[in-house]
Design a protein around this ligand. Structure first.
Ligand code: NAD
Length: 433
């Protein structure tokens, strides 16, 4: 008996958030930012048409024999948005509500993100509709190998390089590397985010959080923000949020609130992040961490802080709460945490938004370093990784900030314009259209 898992839960994001009626789809929303930049650059219709949609979208079925003997068919996607500047690059997520439109939006974000930080990659994303929490490790391994078989013909070390994303990790990447290497010979550069033992890069786990800290440091210098004693609130305490919260103290800030799916905690004097982390290790949530006050996710977003760092879900700052945000700076750690409408409201209110494609690009930057090390069969030490990351983030910040100042536009529009101009130039030089 083969049971089909239905494709496309069109009214959910992969993070499970409901889409409001009339709200732009994730891809429409990302494309609105692209269109603003295209207008700003007076981009021709030909290039707009090329960059406004994905280069290739693959939908595959993955038949699987489950542990209980039943047969199921899973649906997976790989979207390659643009490869003008280098191989397609982007994560692979496993989620019951993964849908093609969101995968497409995230693929486009990768194109713009890799271009902003000037790493020689394009943009891609993958997803499989499944509930990994209900599957055994053996089933997940078979699913991953089955997916690889179905997308093998469009990926490659110099074609498309997957990475971990929601509900996938270094182990998932190890399975992909093994399955791909069995077919093509030893190929560690086929995926990034691998275990260190298989060619993963030192410093990769902390890279996105560390990159956010470097970006905030540059922003403070350019915008004359005084971070000494500045209050910071972080929504999401996973890989990105927890590393950022641990590291941001070096700038003199204090983290006064953190939250996760189980709730949040606050302390106006500054939380001990190591203590919160220790509590979360046992309790699986930051909520209830000793010596702290409880705070809800909604309250955290409206807290009177200097810097708000959404590091969990998409569109958590939206039409319903944009007017209630009291932070003077929003550092976008998550992908697309501010809706298109809210972005306008925040701009009108004079709130500085440091956009996702710049702020959270530390992860893909160190993925690029991992790929480079794999191709060279050479390992960098962690201080070299962090030093190169700092250089990349600082240069990207300066390019974006200079454009924002020169053109008198928001950092978001400046980041998109920088990225779109760079991809458009690559398309023209290659003679694609
Ligand atoms: P993660 O799975 O490690 O952590 C996610 C965190 O969000 C967890 O603390 C979880 O409890 C919390 N969360 C989930 N649902 C929530 C809800 N409804 N309300 C409040 N909190 C909730 O993921 P991550 O790798 O830290 O990624 C976080 C965000 O950053 C995502 O948007 C991701 O796409 C983006 N991002 C990640 C990387 C990376 O390198 N990991 C790079 C760029 C962007």
């Amino acid at each position: 008996m083969i049971e089909e898992v239905p494709p496309g839960h069109e009214h959910h994001t992969a993070a499970g958030a409901q889409r409001e009626p009339g709200e732009l789809s994730p891809f429409q929303a990302v494309n609105r930012f692209f269109e603003q930049a295209a207008d700003h650059l007076h981009l021709g219709d030909d290039l707009r048409a090329v960059l406004g949609c994905a280069y290739r979208e693959l939908r595959v079925q993955i038949p699987l024999r489950m542990d209980d003997g039943s047969g199921r068919v899973f649906i997976g996607y790989r979207v390659q948005h643009n490869g003008a500047r280098g191989p397609f690059k982007g994560g692979l997520r496993y989620h019951p509500a993964a849908d093609l439109d969101e995968v497409r939006a995230l693929a486009a974000l990768m194109t713009w993100k890799t271009a902003v930080v000037d790493v020689p990659f394009g943009g891609a994303k993958g997803g499989i509709i499944c509930d990994p929490l209900t599957m055994s490790p053996a089933e997940l391994q078979k699913l991953t190998r089955g997916y690889l078989r179905m997308i093998d013909h469009i990926i490659g070390e110099k074609r498309d390089i997957p990475a971990p994303d929601v509900n996938t990790d270094a182990q998932t990447m190890a399975w992909i590397m093994d399955a791909y290497s069995a077919r093509h010979g030893y190929s560690p550069a086929i995926v990034t985010g691998k275990p260190i033992e298989l060619g993963g890069s030192l410093g990769r786990a902390a890279a996105t959080g560390r990159g956010l800290v470097y970006c905030l440091a540059e922003a403070a210098r350019s915008l004359q923000l005084d971070l000494d004693g500045a209050r910071v609130a972080v929504q999401g305490f996973g890989n990105v949020g927890s590393w950022f919260a641990r590291l941001v103290g070096v700038l003199g800030c204090k983290v006064v609130a953190v939250s996760d799916v189980g709730g949040g905690v606050s302390d106006g004097r500054g939380l001990s992040i190591l203590a919160v982390q220790e509590h979360a290790r046992h309790a699986s949530t930051v909520a209830g961490s000793p010596g702290t006050e409880p705070i809800s996710n909604a309250e955290l977003l409206e807290l009177d802080v200097d810097v708000l760092v959404p590091a969990a879900l998409s569109r958590v700052v939206n039409g319903a709460n944009a007017n209630a945000v009291r932070a003077s700076v929003i550092l976008e750690a998550a992908n697309h945490p501010v809706s298109f409408g809210a972005d306008q409201v925040l701009a009108d209110r004079g709130i500085t938004v440091i956009p996702d494609i710049l702020a959270n690009a530390g992860g893909v930057t160190v993925s690029y370093f991992e790929w480079t090390q794999n191709l060279q069969q050479f390992r960098w030490d962690e201080s070299r990784v962090n030093h190169e990351l700092q250089k990349t983030m600082s240069t990207a910040w300066r390019r974006v900030h200079e454009r924002a100042t020169r053109d008198k536009v928001s950092l978001r529009l400046a980041a998109y314009a920088t990225a779109v101009a760079s991809v458009a130039t690559a398309e023209r030089l290659r003679g694609y259209i």
